[in-house]
Unconditional design. Structure first.
Length: 412
């Protein structure tokens, strides 16, 4: 089931259409830290505002400016390039004055403070969004607010967003093939089968791979796509042995593809339970917000008020060898999705690069402090949406419910 075909929770309310990211400043994200720096310690926390740069590129540029390794710089989350983003980084044993004097295009240091530990991925409470929707009828403001009210009360579908599935939306297909040990199919998805979404060089590289001209394909892949080049070189040396080609991918990349497939299957379960995202059943595995502890629902009378108050939510599967399945009809849904994929939970038990314990993820998330306003700037009128989300939730799922337009049309 492709992202554009997933059902909406608010499908009885018409979408507004429109476009996001028409201008880079239309999409602003500010991290909400898990904790504030203490003011003491050997690590320096510094908040930056970056424009037009992904997090890792900003980290590498700052590392070069300071003469340190990029690995020494800590961060809590990854942020897109096509936005104005504010996030915290950390570096140990550095003079704060050197950081304050950083002068790089697209990067501005806002403040610095000392702390006792390195900032690590996941040390993040959530994100605050301000998104301007253009090419939209701003007189429909009340309709946008009505949709946001439903999402704030019932919760937004906790689908994994398009960022999870790559530019072609097919990383999950690579992961499925890896789990099935179908290495030829995995590499065909990853390196071949060009389509209209591929740029000129990438398209040519994929065509050469499909023809079996692996050396030429390696030479054609654009410079940043070093994983693709390495696999093509390995295929050339191994005379087309797909197993050798897959082993040329590092373990982290292989696990990324498997994780994308887990996300794809989770989305299918959310789609089947779309009308009961805010309703528990006996046998459900419920999620405690915000800590994330999971427990089995046995007493609906006791748990329903907590679900209505958004203290707990039903969960869906991140399939893995150790994952617990719910009982009742909910468990039947999850088993059917797995059966249709031709897999079992043991599929995540074998192979050092395919192992996954599995887990549970809430079927819904709640936007906080949600609001919609009409504004105007030098580019014209816009509808501005603002809300806060817990870490791991996708703002595109809020926009999807409001716009109800295919991702290609809405610019999501």
């Amino acid at each position: 089931m492709e992202l554009d075909t997933l059902p909406y929770l608010t499908r009885d309310l018409p979408g507004l259409g429109g476009r996001i990211k028409t201008h880079r400043t239309d999409f602003a994200v500010e991290e909400i830290p898990l904790y504030e720096p203490s003011g003491q310690g050997t690590h320096v926390y510094f908040v930056i505002e970056k424009v037009g740069l992904p997090t890792m590129q900003a980290v590498h540029q700052i590392a070069r400016a300071l003469g340190v390794s990029a690995r020494d710089i800590g961060f809590a989350g990854l942020k897109d390039a096509d936005a104005v983003t504010t996030q915290t980084l950390s570096l140990e044993h550095v003079d704060p004055d050197r950081i304050e004097k950083i002068d790089l295009t697209g990067i501005r240091v806002i403040r610095v403070a000392h702390h006792t530990n390195k900032l690590k991925l996941g040390h993040l409470k959530g994100n605050r969004f301000r998104i301007r929707l253009r090419d939209v009828d701003v007189t429909r403001l009340d309709e946008a607010r009505a949709i946001m009210d439903v999402l704030a009360q019932r919760g937004a579908p906790n689908y994994f967003g398009p960022q999870r599935f790559g530019l072609r939306g097919d990383t999950w297909q690579v992961g499925r093939a890896l789990l099935r040990s179908d290495y030829t199919e995995a590499l065909a998805c990853l390196l071949g089968r060009p389509d209209d979404r591929d740029r000129t060089e990438v398209r040519r590289a994929r065509e050469l791979f499909d023809k079996g001209d692996y050396d030429a394909a390696a030479d054609t892949w654009p410079y940043p796509m070093h994983h693709e080049r390495r696999v093509c070189r390995a295929m050339a040396k191994a005379r087309g042995d797909a197993g050798r080609g897959v082993r040329a991918l590092d373990k982290q990349m292989r696990q990324f593809f498997v994780s994308a497939f887990q996300s794809h299957l989770f989305n299918q379960v959310v789609a089947q339970r779309i009308d009961s995202l805010d309703r528990l059943e006996v046998g459900d595995l419920a999620w405690r917000h915000p800590q994330g502890a999971v427990f089995t629902v046995e007493d609906l009378t006791a748990e329903k008020p907590r679900c209505d108050a958004f203290e707990i939510s039903p969960t869906g599967p991140l399939y893995g060898a150790k994952m617990k399945l719910p009982s009742g009809p909910q468990g039947d849904i999850e088993r059917a999705v797995l059966d249709e994929a031709g897999l079992t939970l043991d599929s995540w038990r074998e192979g050092h690069d395919r192992k996954a314990r599995g887990g549970r993820r809430p079927l819904r998330f709640q936007p906080h402090d949600a609001d919609a306003q009409v504004g105007q700037d030098e580019h014209g009128h816009y509808l501005e949406l603002s809300f806060e989300l817990e870490s791991g939730c996708y703002a595109t799922m809020i926009l999807r419910e409001i716009c109800k337009a295919p991702s290609g049309e809405s610019g999501m």
